[in-house]
Structures are given as structure tokens and as C-alpha cells.
Design a protein around this ligand. Structure first.
Ligand code: ADP
Length: 394
């Protein structure tokens, strides 16, 4: 038998009914977006959610979207909540396509520009009297790769059509404000007009979050409060942790799995210790989170980096060596390797997503080269990469 009665409650995709300790942020969002309900079409509203990884930005946006959609429905307003992960959508084209998909628009979009697609979406919304609240998650990444014009196009479209009804509203989600500096000042101030901050969780807050999950995921009396307190103290911001709820939930999940593995009827501290050892750095959790969005060849390049780093006594590996390993791995998997420029592009993507660190070497005998490093334990990381590669090649 298992200690779990419903393990899926601990999945990343699970959205709880309510969010302990995010009542303030939810109330601020409700206040800000009220005009969607009270005077639809008059004004386009934006909010910017800021905070470190695992502090509940994404889940708060989802819960708010769900609630607002319900309220709108009761008032006879057709509102759609669209959550776009920019790590997955990547380009302006991808983002617009995600929005179109959420309206189940089946027009053949091939060959259309994002602008043309957007006009089709807006027309569709107008014809059906619909509104959309669009959450752009990992917005910082999108700003970096898509650039100012794309952002301008998405969020300030209305400036070109002042008489048009305002049907699009945005929630931008990002870790910090750094990258927004590359936007033109007008667009930047538009995006930063309403900032909602998410502080890292304190131990007592994590305890409440863990308790909610425990009650839903585990059979009664299999996980004592003392177990939750132990995890909360490890992760709690006021105890020197990162205040990351995702890491805390992941430890709880892995501790349960460890208990099951041993056939134990209860989760003990020793299982938690084992789980903490497994995820070790919060960084591993954070970085692994991004792996799911990588394409096969990007995963293989990443594996090549890990393998070369494992063999090396240096902190960095050279681009050329990584490419060599990449070609070797492609041979193993029996797939055709991509060209140099493309491999270089993959490395850039990995860097932009914050998965690898890279820098240019100082000028040596053979000119400059790109040096790549990874800030996390290699062994468990490679295992995760392998799992994802297997899923894609088998
Ligand atoms: P972020 O977007 O800030 O990186 P997430 O919203 O993805 O963080 O939250 C990380 C994990 O922790 C998710 O599984 C989420 O459901 C959970 N979580 C975060 N905050 C809360 C909360 N206040 N109550 C319940 N679960 C939470």
C-alpha cells in the first residue's frame, strides 16, 4: 500500500482551491481588474507580478483568472483567461498562436504575420463579444528574446485604434525588473504601472501551504505535522531558506515516494532528509522546471555539456568540445546532428533561459571561444535530462 491517496495534488499542474498567504495579492488583482466586470470594454488593464521562483506568482494568476472568469460568467460577460508560458511559446508568433489556440480558432494561420493573426483574433472576439485576460508567464524571457517592438505590438496595440473597445487585459509575470530596461520608456511605464510583489515565504507560511497539500495528497496519519514543520524550516525564508513553495512541495512528494519505496506506513524524518538530498540545491528544481520546454536537440546539447563537465576538472567546458560531444551523442541516438550555427543558437537559448552560464574566453592563441558552465550537481541533472530525451526519442 501507498502513503498517497492522491499524488497528483503534488504535481506542478495542480491548482488548489485557495491559496494560503496570497490573499493580499488576490485582493489587489481583484481591485485592479474590477472594471472588466463593472464597465467592460472601456479600459485595458495590466498588472505586473514580481517575485523569485516558487513564491506563487503563477498559481496566483491561475486562481485569479479562474475566479474572475466565474464572476464574469455570472454577469453574462464572456471572459477568457489565457495563460501563456513564454519559455514554451518563445516568439511573438508563438505567443499570438497560443492566444488563438485558446479561442479554438482553426483558421489556417500559416503565412500570416502576428499582426494579421491578432486582427483575426480581435475580430473574432468582437463578433462574439468576448474579452480576454492574458497572463504572460516568464515575461522577462520574452522581453529579452522578442524585443521592444514585439512587446509594444502586444500591449499597446490599442494606441493605434483609440476608438476600439478594449478587449485585452494582461498579467505580466517576471522574477525582476532588470530586463524591462531594454523597453522604450513609454512601454516600460505602461507595463510597470501596477506592480504586485510576491515575497519569499516564511517557514510558518510554508507550513500552511504544505498542510493544505498533505491533507489532500496523503492518507490520514501518514505524515505528521512535525514532518511538515521540518520541511518548512529548511525552506523558510526567515530560516535562511529561499522561501520557495515549489521546492517545499517537491520535498514532501519525494519524501512520500521514499516512504513508499521502503514499504513504510508513515513518512519519517529520514525520508525527508533523503528527499532534501535529492533535490539538494533549489537551483536544480528551478532549472529542471525549464527542461520540459526544450526541444530534443537542445536537450542533447545540454547533455553534451553535462558529460564534458563530468569528464573535466575545470568549471568550464569549451564550445568546440561540447559540439564534438553533441555530434557523438546524435550518432548514439541515431539522429542527424544540426549545423554549427544552429548548435550555437541552442546554447544561446539555454543561456537565455538561465539553464547554463556562459562567457567568452579572454583572447588566447586561437582567438576567443565560448566557455560554458553549470551551477548545479551534474549527476541528478543528467538523469532528468535523460528522462526527457528518452520520452522524445523512444
Ligand atoms: P512562481 O510562479 O512564483 O515560480 P508557482 O506559482 O509556480 O511559483 O508556485 C510554485 C508551487 O507552489 C506551485 O506548485 C504552487 O501551486 C505552489 N504554491 C505557491 N504558493 C502557494 C500558496 N500560497 N498556496 C498553495 N500553493 C502554493
Amino acid at each position: 500500500v501507498s502513503v498517497f491517496k492522491n499524488r497528483s495534488v503534488l504535481d506542478r499542474s495542480y491548482i488548489p482551491d485557495n491559496l494560503p498567504h496570497r490573499e493580499n495579492q488576490l485582493a489587489m488583482l481583484a481591485e485592479l481588474f474590477k472594471p472588466i466586470i463593472t464597465s467592460p470594454g472601456t479600459v485595458s488593464i495590466t498588472a505586473l507580478l514580481i517575485g523569485d521562483v516558487g513564491v506563487g506568482k503563477t498559481v496566483t494568476s491561475y486562481v485569479f483568472g479562474r475566479e474572475l472568469t466565474k464572476i464574469a460568467e455570472r454577469k453574462g460577460i464572456k471572459l477568457k483567461y489565457v495563460h501563456v508560458n513564454c519559455h514554451s511559446a518563445r516568439t511573438l508568433y508563438g505567443v499570438v498562436q497560443s492566444i488563438a489556440a485558446s479561442f479554438s480558432l482553426t483558421i489556417p494561420f500559416r503565412g500570416l504575420s502576428p499582426r494579421e493573426m491578432m486582427l483575426i483574433i480581435l475580430n473574432h472576439m468582437k463578433k462574439n463579444d468576448m474579452y480576454a485576460l492574458i497572463a504572460l508567464d516568464e515575461f522577462g524571457y520574452f522581453v529579452r528574446v522578442a524585443g521592444n517592438d514585439a512587446i509594444y505590438f502586444l500591449v499597446r496595440l490599442y494606441d493605434e485604434y483609440p476608438e476600439a473597445e478594449k478587449r485585452l487585459h494582461y498579467i505580466f509575470i517576471t522574477r525582476n525588473l532588470d530586463v524591462l530596461g531594454i523597453l522604450d520608456p513609454a512601454t516600460e511605464s505602461y507595463i510597470t504601472k501596477h506592480i504586485i510583489k510576491f515575497e519569499p515565504y516564511k517557514a510558518s507560511e510554508l507550513f500552511d501551504i504544505l498542510k493544505q497539500r498533505r491533507d489532500l495528497a496523503f492518507y490520514e496519519n501518514t505524515v505528521d505535522d512535525g514532518i511538515l514543520k521540518f520541511i518548512a524550516d529548511v525552506e523558510g525564508y526567515d530560516r535562511g531558506g529561499k522561501g520557495n513553495a515549489r521546492a517545499a512541495i517537491e520535498i514532501l512528494l519525494r519524501a512520500g515516494i521514499a516512504a513508499d519505496y521502503e514499504g513504510s506506513q508513515k513518512v519519517f524524518l529520514e525520508h525527508v532528509r533523503k528527499a532534501i538530498g535529492e533535490i539538494n540545491e533549489e537551483l536544480l528544481v528551478e532549472i529542471s522546471d525549464n527542461l520540459q520546454f526544450l526541444q530534443l536537440h537542445e536537450l542533447i546539447v545540454l547533455k553534451a555539456i553535462v558529460r564534458r563537465l563530468k569528464k573535466s576538472s575545470e568549471a568550464y567546458v569549451k564550445m568546440g568540445d561540447v559540439e564534438e560531444e553533441y555530434r557523438y551523442l546524435c550518432q548514439l541516438y541515431n539522429i542527424k546532428p544540426r549545423k554549427h550555427t544552429q548548435v550555437y543558437e541552442y546554447v544561446r537559448t539555454l543561456k537565455n533561459m538561465g539553464i547554463i552560464n556562459s562567457r567568452t574566453s579572454s583572447k588566447g592563441l586561437r582567438g576567443r571561444t565560448t566557455l560554458i558552465s553549470l551551477p548545479i550537481p551534474l549527476e541528478p541533472f543528467e538523469k532528468r535530462i535523460d528522462e526527457l530525451i528518452d520520452k522524445r526519442v523512444l
